[in-house]
Design a protein around this ligand. Sequence first.
Ligand code: SAM
Length: 426
Amino acid sequence: MTTTKSIELAWLAYCRAGFERDLAQELQERLGGEILDAVDLSGFVRLSCEPKAASFRMSVNSSTFARQLLLTQDAPVGLTSNDRVNPIYEALVAFLAARDIVQVVDCRVEYPDTNEGKALSRSAKAIEPRLRELLAEAGYLAGHAKYRAMVFLTPDRQARVGIADLHLSASEPLGIPRFRMPADAPSRSTLKLAEAIHVFLGSGHDEALQPDMRAVDLGAAPGGWTWQLMQRGVRVTAVDNADLKGDLVDNAMVKHLREDGFRFVPKVPVDWLVCDMVEQPARIAKLVAKWLANGWARYAIFNLKLPMKKRNEEVERCRQIIAEALEEAGKPLVLQIRQLYHDREEVTGFACVPSRKERFAHNVASRDTRRSVAAKTTPPKSKSPTPAATPAVPTSRAGLKLTSTLPRAAASPWSVKPLPKRKKSK
Ligand code: SAM
């Protein structure tokens, strides 16, 4: 039997160009290994992987900076000859054999999300169907398989072959969910919230985000996030001294208050807090923590504008602020912070005080409990009259599946609620 000894392995993760060091630091903390590649603006990072440690232990959902995470062969396949397909195919089949993988669902050929990387998209489109054909002929393709075969092209005419674990990797090509910009939304920021809802709540977000729920949007103007909530039938109190635009003005679903978002207190608790104010991340984290700890909202999506340096540390600090405040309040917490595709020098957080049902769904769905900030918050302090009945969710890094027990990547990527249709202009 072939063993993994013959092949040196490496983790390969994609990120937004410019965040390679942050991603490398994050992965090294979680997976160990040596950094093999973390070149500025390359859009990817590689880390050595000991054969013993070569099982997927973290999901891409639980990472802050990774858009995709693959296990690959360390050695590249050089693409110097005219025949690019056969060398890649041979390396891929050898890699699969070395890992005793006899079936894969599919094969994808990808490249970094950079200008140089995008120049490889034509090659990728040409190679991918031919590889798929060869794999199908050799009997590798099976709908129920656990892995997807992956090929990653780099601008230096090299390819790396490997696998993505379907339950723990991103389902979208390049790890990028694509959204159409709705014509009548007041700002492009609307895509950020659309992506956050898709990423954090998945396709089963009906329970967490339902028509007739109430939300407060702090730093709402010109109104892209408010618009996104309103399209889902949510009534929004939009707090901002600046003007709202478009459909949101004089809209029965929206109440605009020209107040300071840091001082605003809702008269009655709401379901959702969303916050996109440009402020120091720790200040936003404290605000979100206050809202959840006081029970002013149960779910929150918030944007953290990152500093130029020590971005990883800043994100961890914000996690701690929220986790500690909720622990202090004796409340369970689910917390995820991720750099979304639509985030630039920023990350987006999702925090929730889960219901009993949500905790159950989450625990069943979670496959990524290795590292957990909220573990420090468990169990909640005995302020609660029945602490045993309200255990804290044992991870703040794993994805929350509010209504579905299916791991996110197992669900069809196309089951996402489509964007609302454009309104016809009168
Ligand atoms: N999410 C908005 C959208 O989708 O259109 C964009 C928000 S913009 C990035 C930040 C907003 O936060 C600005 O409109 C600004 O006026 C508002 N803001 C900043 N500090 C604030 C504060 N202390 N209270 C209320 N709003 C504030």
